[in-house]
Design a protein around this ligand. Structure first.
Ligand code: TXA
Ligand code: MG
Length: 319
Protein backbone atom coordinates (compact mmCIF):
# COMPACT_ATOMS: atom_id res chain seq x y z
CA UNK A 1 0.00 0.00 0.00
CA UNK A 2 1.39 3.48 -0.80
CA UNK A 3 1.97 5.84 2.14
CA UNK A 4 -1.22 7.56 3.29
CA UNK A 5 -1.50 11.22 2.28
CA UNK A 6 -1.19 13.65 5.20
CA UNK A 7 -3.48 16.66 4.69
CA UNK A 8 -5.92 19.02 6.35
CA UNK A 9 -9.07 18.35 4.32
CA UNK A 10 -12.02 17.24 6.52
CA UNK A 11 -14.29 16.71 3.50
CA UNK A 12 -11.82 14.28 1.99
CA UNK A 13 -11.57 12.51 5.35
CA UNK A 14 -15.39 12.21 5.51
CA UNK A 15 -15.58 10.97 1.92
CA UNK A 16 -13.04 8.24 2.64
CA UNK A 17 -14.82 7.18 5.85
CA UNK A 18 -18.07 6.86 3.86
CA UNK A 19 -16.18 4.64 1.40
CA UNK A 20 -15.16 2.30 4.25
CA UNK A 21 -11.54 3.48 4.42
CA UNK A 22 -9.25 3.90 7.45
CA UNK A 23 -8.62 7.54 8.34
CA UNK A 24 -6.41 8.85 11.14
CA UNK A 25 -8.13 11.72 12.91
CA UNK A 26 -6.72 14.33 15.31
CA UNK A 27 -8.45 14.70 18.67
CA UNK A 28 -7.61 16.83 21.69
CA UNK A 29 -6.20 13.72 23.44
CA UNK A 30 -4.29 11.63 20.85
CA UNK A 31 -4.74 10.74 17.18
CA UNK A 32 -7.39 8.08 16.54
CA UNK A 33 -7.60 5.54 13.72
CA UNK A 34 -11.16 5.97 12.48
CA UNK A 35 -13.60 3.85 10.46
CA UNK A 36 -17.38 3.65 10.02
CA UNK A 37 -18.46 1.88 13.22
CA UNK A 38 -21.55 0.38 11.55
CA UNK A 39 -19.48 -1.23 8.77
CA UNK A 40 -17.93 -4.44 10.19
CA UNK A 41 -15.50 -4.78 7.27
CA UNK A 42 -14.12 -1.29 7.87
CA UNK A 43 -13.90 -1.97 11.61
CA UNK A 44 -12.04 -5.23 10.95
CA UNK A 45 -9.51 -3.13 9.03
CA UNK A 46 -8.72 -1.16 12.21
CA UNK A 47 -7.88 -4.35 14.11
CA UNK A 48 -5.72 -5.60 11.25
CA UNK A 49 -3.81 -2.33 10.80
CA UNK A 50 -3.05 -2.08 14.53
CA UNK A 51 -2.52 -5.81 15.14
CA UNK A 52 -5.07 -5.29 17.87
CA UNK A 53 -6.56 -8.36 19.57
CA UNK A 54 -10.28 -8.73 18.98
CA UNK A 55 -11.03 -8.85 22.71
CA UNK A 56 -10.18 -5.14 22.95
CA UNK A 57 -13.28 -3.01 22.21
CA UNK A 58 -13.29 0.38 20.45
CA UNK A 59 -14.60 3.84 21.39
CA UNK A 60 -17.32 5.38 19.19
CA UNK A 61 -16.96 9.07 18.33
CA UNK A 62 -19.69 11.49 17.27
CA UNK A 63 -20.09 15.23 17.02
CA UNK A 64 -22.93 15.95 19.39
CA UNK A 65 -23.97 14.80 22.83
CA UNK A 66 -27.54 13.71 22.06
CA UNK A 67 -26.62 11.66 19.00
CA UNK A 68 -23.79 10.06 20.93
CA UNK A 69 -25.96 9.09 23.90
CA UNK A 70 -28.44 7.64 21.38
CA UNK A 71 -25.89 4.84 20.79
CA UNK A 72 -26.72 3.62 24.31
CA UNK A 73 -29.79 1.56 25.21
CA UNK A 74 -30.19 3.59 28.37
CA UNK A 75 -28.33 6.48 29.97
CA UNK A 76 -27.95 6.67 33.76
CA UNK A 77 -28.57 10.10 35.27
CA UNK A 78 -24.93 10.60 36.27
CA UNK A 79 -23.72 9.66 32.79
CA UNK A 80 -25.92 12.32 31.23
CA UNK A 81 -24.67 14.82 33.79
CA UNK A 82 -21.02 14.11 32.94
CA UNK A 83 -21.68 14.10 29.19
CA UNK A 84 -23.37 17.48 29.36
CA UNK A 85 -20.59 18.96 31.48
CA UNK A 86 -17.55 17.44 29.71
CA UNK A 87 -18.37 16.89 26.00
CA UNK A 88 -16.80 17.74 23.68
CA UNK A 89 -13.82 16.70 25.77
CA UNK A 90 -11.46 13.98 27.03
CA UNK A 91 -14.06 11.75 28.70
CA UNK A 92 -15.37 8.36 27.50
CA UNK A 93 -18.57 6.88 28.96
CA UNK A 94 -19.20 3.12 29.01
CA UNK A 95 -22.96 2.55 28.65
CA UNK A 96 -25.38 -0.28 27.78
CA UNK A 97 -24.99 -0.98 24.08
CA UNK A 98 -27.58 -0.42 21.36
CA UNK A 99 -28.38 -3.64 19.45
CA UNK A 100 -27.19 -2.49 16.00
CA UNK A 101 -23.63 -1.76 17.07
CA UNK A 102 -21.44 -4.53 15.63
CA UNK A 103 -20.01 -7.14 18.03
CA UNK A 104 -16.58 -6.41 16.65
CA UNK A 105 -16.75 -2.84 18.00
CA UNK A 106 -17.73 -3.88 21.52
CA UNK A 107 -15.78 -7.16 21.59
CA UNK A 108 -19.10 -8.85 22.29
CA UNK A 109 -19.62 -6.90 25.54
CA UNK A 110 -23.08 -5.65 26.47
CA UNK A 111 -21.66 -2.13 26.79
CA UNK A 112 -20.29 0.43 24.36
CA UNK A 113 -17.72 3.20 24.95
CA UNK A 114 -18.74 6.66 23.68
CA UNK A 115 -17.24 10.11 23.43
CA UNK A 116 -17.44 13.49 21.69
CA UNK A 117 -13.86 14.58 20.95
CA UNK A 118 -12.85 18.24 21.10
CA UNK A 119 -11.00 19.04 17.90
CA UNK A 120 -12.49 21.38 15.28
CA UNK A 121 -11.31 19.41 12.21
CA UNK A 122 -12.54 16.09 13.52
CA UNK A 123 -15.83 17.58 14.73
CA UNK A 124 -16.45 18.77 11.17
CA UNK A 125 -15.68 15.28 9.83
CA UNK A 126 -18.06 13.72 12.36
CA UNK A 127 -20.77 16.24 11.44
CA UNK A 128 -20.36 15.37 7.76
CA UNK A 129 -20.99 11.62 8.16
CA UNK A 130 -24.20 9.93 9.30
CA UNK A 131 -22.61 7.11 11.31
CA UNK A 132 -20.52 6.92 14.50
CA UNK A 133 -16.77 6.62 13.93
CA UNK A 134 -14.94 3.85 15.80
CA UNK A 135 -11.44 5.02 16.65
CA UNK A 136 -8.77 3.53 18.88
CA UNK A 137 -5.51 5.42 19.29
CA UNK A 138 -3.65 5.32 15.95
CA UNK A 139 -0.67 3.21 17.06
CA UNK A 140 0.28 -0.46 16.77
CA UNK A 141 -1.26 -2.36 19.72
CA UNK A 142 0.72 -1.96 22.94
CA UNK A 143 2.78 1.00 21.73
CA UNK A 144 2.48 4.61 22.96
CA UNK A 145 -0.29 6.72 21.38
CA UNK A 146 0.50 9.27 18.64
CA UNK A 147 0.16 12.97 19.38
CA UNK A 148 1.17 14.30 15.92
CA UNK A 149 0.34 13.33 12.34
CA UNK A 150 4.01 12.42 11.86
CA UNK A 151 3.82 9.88 14.72
CA UNK A 152 0.89 8.21 12.93
CA UNK A 153 2.69 8.23 9.58
CA UNK A 154 5.86 6.66 11.05
CA UNK A 155 4.06 3.62 12.40
CA UNK A 156 0.88 3.14 10.39
CA UNK A 157 1.39 5.26 7.25
CA UNK A 158 1.70 2.20 5.00
CA UNK A 159 -1.36 0.46 6.41
CA UNK A 160 -4.05 3.15 6.36
CA UNK A 161 -5.69 5.37 3.74
CA UNK A 162 -5.48 8.97 4.94
CA UNK A 163 -4.10 11.07 7.80
CA UNK A 164 -5.99 14.22 8.72
CA UNK A 165 -3.38 16.60 10.12
CA UNK A 166 -4.77 18.67 12.97
CA UNK A 167 -1.42 19.63 14.51
CA UNK A 168 -0.09 18.45 17.88
CA UNK A 169 -2.74 17.19 20.32
CA UNK A 170 -3.64 19.75 22.99
CA UNK A 171 -4.13 17.34 25.94
CA UNK A 172 -1.65 14.61 24.98
CA UNK A 173 -2.99 11.67 27.04
CA UNK A 174 -6.06 9.57 26.18
CA UNK A 175 -9.55 10.21 27.52
CA UNK A 176 -10.63 9.22 31.01
CA UNK A 177 -12.93 6.15 30.80
CA UNK A 178 -15.87 5.94 33.21
CA UNK A 179 -18.41 3.15 33.74
CA UNK A 180 -21.63 3.13 35.78
CA UNK A 181 -22.70 0.32 38.07
CA UNK A 182 -26.00 1.22 39.71
CA UNK A 183 -25.28 4.49 41.51
CA UNK A 184 -21.53 3.78 41.50
CA UNK A 185 -19.29 5.68 39.12
CA UNK A 186 -16.10 3.78 38.30
CA UNK A 187 -13.01 5.14 36.54
CA UNK A 188 -11.54 2.40 34.30
CA UNK A 189 -8.72 4.51 32.82
CA UNK A 190 -7.25 7.75 34.15
CA UNK A 191 -6.88 10.32 31.41
CA UNK A 192 -7.45 13.85 30.20
CA UNK A 193 -10.36 14.58 32.57
CA UNK A 194 -8.93 14.52 36.11
CA UNK A 195 -10.66 12.36 38.73
CA UNK A 196 -11.00 15.44 40.96
CA UNK A 197 -13.02 17.16 38.22
CA UNK A 198 -15.42 14.20 37.97
CA UNK A 199 -15.88 14.21 41.75
CA UNK A 200 -16.51 17.93 41.80
CA UNK A 201 -19.13 17.63 39.04
CA UNK A 202 -20.89 14.69 40.70
CA UNK A 203 -20.57 15.96 44.24
CA UNK A 204 -19.26 12.63 45.59
CA UNK A 205 -16.15 10.42 45.39
CA UNK A 206 -15.76 8.00 42.46
CA UNK A 207 -14.14 4.56 42.48
CA UNK A 208 -10.90 4.09 40.59
CA UNK A 209 -10.33 0.57 39.21
CA UNK A 210 -7.56 0.95 36.72
CA UNK A 211 -5.47 -2.10 37.63
CA UNK A 212 -6.37 -5.28 35.92
CA UNK A 213 -5.29 -8.83 35.36
CA UNK A 214 -5.26 -10.89 32.20
CA UNK A 215 -8.92 -10.20 31.26
CA UNK A 216 -9.02 -6.48 31.53
CA UNK A 217 -12.20 -4.48 31.39
CA UNK A 218 -10.18 -1.91 29.43
CA UNK A 219 -6.96 -3.28 27.91
CA UNK A 220 -5.47 0.18 28.43
CA UNK A 221 -5.47 -1.36 31.92
CA UNK A 222 -2.89 -4.02 30.97
CA UNK A 223 0.12 -3.21 33.13
CA UNK A 224 2.57 -3.26 30.25
CA UNK A 225 0.58 -1.22 27.73
CA UNK A 226 2.27 1.90 26.29
CA UNK A 227 5.61 0.25 25.62
CA UNK A 228 8.01 2.88 24.26
CA UNK A 229 10.49 0.21 23.12
CA UNK A 230 13.17 1.05 25.69
CA UNK A 231 13.75 0.12 29.30
CA UNK A 232 12.41 2.69 31.76
CA UNK A 233 13.30 2.71 35.40
CA UNK A 234 11.10 4.71 37.79
CA UNK A 235 13.08 6.58 40.40
CA UNK A 236 11.75 7.70 43.74
CA UNK A 237 12.46 11.44 44.03
CA UNK A 238 14.57 13.73 41.88
CA UNK A 239 17.39 12.48 39.64
CA UNK A 240 20.76 13.28 41.22
CA UNK A 241 22.37 14.23 37.93
CA UNK A 242 21.60 14.84 34.29
CA UNK A 243 21.32 12.16 31.65
CA UNK A 244 24.03 10.60 29.50
CA UNK A 245 24.15 8.52 26.33
CA UNK A 246 24.01 5.39 28.48
CA UNK A 247 21.23 6.60 30.72
CA UNK A 248 18.69 9.24 29.73
CA UNK A 249 16.76 11.13 32.40
CA UNK A 250 13.07 12.10 32.29
CA UNK A 251 12.17 14.69 34.90
CA UNK A 252 9.71 17.47 35.73
CA UNK A 253 9.88 21.02 37.07
CA UNK A 254 12.23 24.00 37.33
CA UNK A 255 14.78 22.58 39.82
CA UNK A 256 15.86 19.66 37.70
CA UNK A 257 19.18 19.04 35.94
CA UNK A 258 19.51 20.16 32.31
CA UNK A 259 21.64 18.82 29.46
CA UNK A 260 21.32 17.06 26.14
CA UNK A 261 20.20 13.64 27.43
CA UNK A 262 17.79 15.02 30.02
CA UNK A 263 14.14 15.30 29.00
CA UNK A 264 12.25 17.71 31.23
CA UNK A 265 8.51 17.17 30.66
CA UNK A 266 7.82 20.73 31.83
CA UNK A 267 10.61 23.05 33.00
CA UNK A 268 7.91 25.44 34.28
CA UNK A 269 6.23 22.69 36.34
CA UNK A 270 2.97 22.59 34.33
CA UNK A 271 1.16 19.24 34.35
CA UNK A 272 -0.72 20.29 31.19
CA UNK A 273 2.55 20.82 29.34
CA UNK A 274 3.95 17.55 30.72
CA UNK A 275 0.90 15.63 29.44
CA UNK A 276 1.22 17.27 26.01
CA UNK A 277 4.90 16.31 25.75
CA UNK A 278 4.80 12.86 27.40
CA UNK A 279 4.33 10.50 24.42
CA UNK A 280 6.61 12.60 22.19
CA UNK A 281 9.39 12.30 24.79
CA UNK A 282 8.89 8.52 25.05
CA UNK A 283 9.29 8.34 21.25
CA UNK A 284 12.43 10.52 21.39
CA UNK A 285 13.93 8.12 23.95
CA UNK A 286 13.32 5.17 21.64
CA UNK A 287 14.71 7.07 18.64
CA UNK A 288 17.76 8.13 20.69
CA UNK A 289 18.71 4.48 21.24
CA UNK A 290 19.27 4.86 24.99
CA UNK A 291 19.75 1.50 26.70
CA UNK A 292 17.80 2.77 29.72
CA UNK A 293 16.02 5.89 30.94
CA UNK A 294 15.61 6.90 34.55
CA UNK A 295 12.18 8.43 35.08
CA UNK A 296 10.91 10.70 37.81
CA UNK A 297 7.15 10.63 38.44
CA UNK A 298 5.23 13.93 38.38
CA UNK A 299 3.00 15.29 41.21
CA UNK A 300 0.11 12.83 41.55
CA UNK A 301 -2.89 15.13 41.19
CA UNK A 302 -4.99 16.42 38.28
CA UNK A 303 -3.49 15.37 34.94
CA UNK A 304 -0.46 14.12 36.89
CA UNK A 305 -2.39 10.94 37.74
CA UNK A 306 -2.81 10.04 34.06
CA UNK A 307 0.85 10.90 33.33
CA UNK A 308 2.11 8.71 36.19
CA UNK A 309 -0.20 5.89 35.11
CA UNK A 310 1.32 5.93 31.59
CA UNK A 311 4.88 6.19 32.96
CA UNK A 312 4.35 3.21 35.28
CA UNK A 313 2.84 1.11 32.50
CA UNK A 314 5.61 2.08 30.11
CA UNK A 315 8.13 0.96 32.74
CA UNK A 316 6.41 -2.37 33.42
CA UNK A 317 8.13 -5.41 31.93
CA UNK A 318 6.26 -6.93 28.96
CA UNK A 319 3.44 -9.26 30.03
O1 TXA B 1 -8.65 9.63 23.97
C1 TXA B 1 -9.04 8.54 23.58
O2 TXA B 1 -9.84 7.85 24.22
C2 TXA B 1 -8.52 8.04 22.22
C3 TXA B 1 -9.06 8.97 21.14
C4 TXA B 1 -8.67 8.53 19.77
O3 TXA B 1 -10.45 9.09 21.27
N1 TXA B 1 -8.89 6.70 21.99
C5 TXA B 1 -8.33 5.65 22.66
O4 TXA B 1 -8.77 4.43 22.19
O5 TXA B 1 -7.52 5.79 23.54
P1 TXA B 1 -8.07 3.05 22.59
O6 TXA B 1 -8.78 2.03 21.79
O7 TXA B 1 -6.61 3.16 22.42
O8 TXA B 1 -8.46 2.86 24.07
C6 TXA B 1 -9.81 2.63 24.36
C7 TXA B 1 -9.96 1.85 25.61
C8 TXA B 1 -9.44 0.43 25.47
O9 TXA B 1 -8.58 0.16 26.57
C9 TXA B 1 -10.73 -0.38 25.55
O10 TXA B 1 -10.52 -1.60 26.19
C10 TXA B 1 -11.66 0.50 26.34
O11 TXA B 1 -11.36 1.77 25.88
N2 TXA B 1 -13.06 0.19 26.07
C11 TXA B 1 -13.71 0.29 24.89
N3 TXA B 1 -14.97 -0.16 25.01
C12 TXA B 1 -15.13 -0.55 26.30
C13 TXA B 1 -16.21 -1.12 27.03
N4 TXA B 1 -17.38 -1.38 26.49
N5 TXA B 1 -16.00 -1.39 28.34
C14 TXA B 1 -14.80 -1.13 28.92
N6 TXA B 1 -13.74 -0.60 28.26
C15 TXA B 1 -13.90 -0.32 26.98
MG1 MG C 1 -4.68 2.91 22.72
Amino acid sequence: MPAAPIARDPEEAARRLRAGQLVALPTETVYGLGANALNPTAVAGIFAAKHRPHFDPLILHQADTDRTLDCARSVPRQARQLAEACWPGPLTLVLPRRADIPDLVTAGLDTVALRVPDHPLTLSVLQAVDFPVAAPSANPFGFVSPTTAAHVAEQLGQRIDYILDGGPCRVGVESTIVAFMGERVVVLRKGGTPVEQLEQLLGHPVEVRTQSSSRPRAPGMLSSHYSPGIQLSIRAGAPVQGGSRERAVVCFGPDRPGGPHTFNLSPTGSLEEAAQRLFGVLRQLAAGGYPVAEVELVPDHGLGQAINDRLRRAAAPPA
